[in-house]
Ligand binder design. Structure first.
Ligand SMILES: Nc1ncnc2c1ncn2[C@@H]1O[C@H](COP(=O)(O)OP(=O)(O)OP(=O)(O)O)[C@@H](O)[C@H]1O
Length: 264
């Protein structure tokens, strides 16, 4: 693909005898929004973990090409990947209980221990770093339309607001590639739509590329311009969301309690 930000080439992830991701290859175009779907256990989160460096790959390569440089991520530690332009959210919220929203973003912004130590060792330079962090946090909160909640204790926020704070943390480093893991899980449909629209606003204003894992097909249809279906660690389908989600083999892969409803 000519303008790919990410190239996965035969990515293999094994956990002992279990093949979680089985020689998966696909490229992601810069500026695109890709929904990664598939039944439970298909390997979606494992693929995200392989891209963001939280699990080692057993084989294959993952090439990232951002304006900050190009690298085979399988040779780059997790901490350095944020610096290369990757941001992500997790299925389980990573917010720190009791801290206000602004602090959640500022603590999420440290790309790694070396950056933090560097700031400490530079002494007074830390104050300048801190001001930059706070300015950036306000900018992100404004983009997500939650700047009025900057001083609010995160424990007092609603579930969708907390998800936006998770998203805000991921945006602090101005990621060019954003990985969102079930960001709308467990929300009523109107909240899902609100979160979907905030994600799209960000994508359009920042020109970012997004890959998101999602079980709600309404969310996928609203947000994705491409859908990749994983099943048992392999790509089952890849293409236009409407076409892919109508395919009989994709429907069959989802057969299970409640799954037919999710695809409607
Ligand atoms: N750290 C691990 N150690 C061993 N097995 C794992 C580990 N992480 C995931 N697996 C296994 O790998 C397979 C893929 O899991 P993964 O969580 O990637 O699926 P998923 O598509 O994200 O599922 P879900 O939609 O339920 O989140 C599953 O069989 C899972 O049990």
């Amino acid at each position: 693909m000519a303008d790919a930000i990410l190239d996965l080439d035969s990515v293999l992830v094994r956990f002992g005898g279990l093949v979680a991701v089985s020689e998966v290859s696909f490229s992601v175009a810069r500026g695109s929004v890709t929904g990664l779907v598939g039944p439970n256990g298909a390997g979606k989160t494992t693929l995200f973990n392989a891209i963001s460096g939280l699990v080692p790959v057993t084989g294959g390569s993952i090439t990232l090409k951002t304006t900050r440089g190009a690298a085979d991520l399988t040779r780059v530690g997790a901490w350095r990947r944020a610096g290369l332009g990757i941001g992500r959210t997790f299925q389980d919220s990573r917010l720190v209980a009791g801290l206000p929203v602004l602090d959640q973003l500022a603590t999420g912004a440290f790309a790694g221990p070396s950056r933090f130590l560097g700031a400490v060792l530079r002494g007074r330079g830390f104050l300048a770093d801190e001001k930059r962090l706070v300015d950036r946090a306000y900018e992100v909160l404004a983009q997500l339309k939650i700047e009025h909640q900057a001083a609010v204790n995160v424990d007092l926020l609603s579930a969708p607001e907390r998800r936006l704070v998770d998203l805000g943390r991921a945006l602090m480093s101005r990621p060019e590639l954003l990985l969102l893991d079930e960001i709308s899980a467990g929300m009523p449909v109107e909240d899902k739509e609100m979160v979907a629209d905030r994600v799209l606003d960000y994508v359009h204003s920042a020109g970012a590329t997004v890959i998101f894992v999602e079980h709600d097909m309404g969310f996928v249809r609203r947000v994705a311009d491409r859908t990749v279906v994983l099943a048992e660690g392999e790509i089952l389908a890849d293409g236009d969301p409407e076409e892919v989600l109508r395919r009989p083999d994709v429907l069959a892969a989802y057969i299970g309690p409640g799954a037919e409803g999710a695809l409607r």
